[in-house]
Design a protein around this ligand. Structure first.
Ligand SMILES: [Zn+2]
Length: 343
């Protein structure tokens, strides 16, 4: 018994003396490591007063983001909010980007004069392009030298449109090559639309040449409006048929749209044209804006040459088509506001 106790004691003592130095050295190591760690943390830790006093932090806190511009927080004042928040190609559709440089400077009634059927006669087109700007000029896509003609018109301050040929009800009237026909095969229709839209550049949208039949073709109009929406173009309905479905279809496809109020020269006589211009003034006075469509006839050009310079003194404002879209199509205003503040 004692032997075994003595043995155990001896063994325990042996174990103690064997392990103790190791425990001691381990403890020393542990405290050293802890001390180094503590020192390191203390060294890297910033002094609170210094952080609060950093000039950059004060500057960032001072700049307040505009409502809806979440990414403006750290931008200097020199950069306009809209150009930063939204790329130009997304924020503004093509019809806004290609609009004639024009500023709505007053709340006077607005008059839009559209001259279409342009391009076939260079001489007539030049006479129209020399009238006071801004007019809205629509060119037939199958005319020649449209690039030159349209560039000249643009430099004169006019706004451009493609005058899209469409099938009329009467078999006697020929809308021209690559016209959009009622009941067309969808692939052929898309090909014609794209061909007509690719002839020249810098335009804001289209209006229909003839088209009293096609503008009643729901299926065809849906293909057309899908193409216009994809390209960011607007649609002006010439309203060659009282039963036109074009504007309602354009709205369903989120295409900016409005329609003609007056034909200036439906009859080519001085009396008819004079009455049409008076009617245009009357509509503008009553409703805030009026859209009149005319053609490059000599008599029309002469009447416009005399009438356009009188508009300002009568209290009207001559504007391009894009300047009235916003007020005539309330969806446009909402869409533009949304696209600018949307991110
Ligand atoms: Zn036409």
């Amino acid at each position: 018994m004692w032997f075994s106790q003595g043995f155990l004691l001896t063994r325990s003592q042996n174990l103690f003396y064997m392990i103790y130095p190791r425990i001691r050295s381990f403890t020393v190591l542990f405290f050293c490591a802890f001390a180094v760690l503590l020192l390191g943390c203390t060294k890297d830790k910033p002094v609170p007063e210094q952080t609060a006093a950093t000039p950059e932090v004060k500057e960032l806190q001072r700049i307040q983001p505009a409502a809806g511009h979440f990414m403006m927080d750290y931008m200097p004042d020199a950069i306009p909010p809209t150009s930063f928040n939204l790329p130009d190609s997304i924020a503004r559709p093509v019809w806004v980007r290609n609009a004639a440089p024009f500023i709505n400077s007053s709340d006077r009634p607005k008059i839009v004069v559209v001259i279409d059927d342009l391009g076939l006669s260079r001489k007539k087109a030049d006479v129209i392009a020399n009238l006071p700007a801004p007019l809205t000029l629509a060119y037939l896509p199958y005319a020649r030298n449209l690039k030159d003609q349209t560039e000249l018109a643009r430099t004169r301050g006019h706004e451009l449109m493609v005058h899209m040929p469409m099938q009329p009800i009467s078999d006697k009237a020929d809308p021209g090559p690559d016209a959009l026909l009622k009941g067309s095969d969808p692939e052929d229709l898309v090909r014609r639309i794209e061909k007509n839209l690719d002839v020249f550049d810098g335009y804001v949208g289209i209006n229909n040449h003839m088209g009293s039949s096609f503008t009643q073709d729901q299926a065809g109009l849906e293909i057309l409006m899908a193409a216009l929406r994809e390209r960011g173009l607007m649609y002006l309905d010439s309203r060659t048929s009282a039963a036109s479905l074009a504007e309602t279809t354009a709205r369903r496809y989120s295409v900016a749209t409005t329609g003609r109020d007056v034909f200036i020269d439906h009859e080519i006589s001085e009396e008819f044209i004079a009455n049409a211009l008076l009617k245009t003034e009357d509509i503008a006075r009553r409703y805030g804006s009026a859209i009149a469509i005319g053609h490059p006839h000599e008599m029309t050009a002469a009447a416009l040459s005399a009438w356009l310079p009188t508009l300002e003194s009568k209290g009207f404002q001559l504007v391009p088509i894009t300047s009235v879209i916003e007020e005539r199509d309330p969806r446009v205003h909402a869409a533009l506001v949304e696209s600018v503040a949307g991110l």
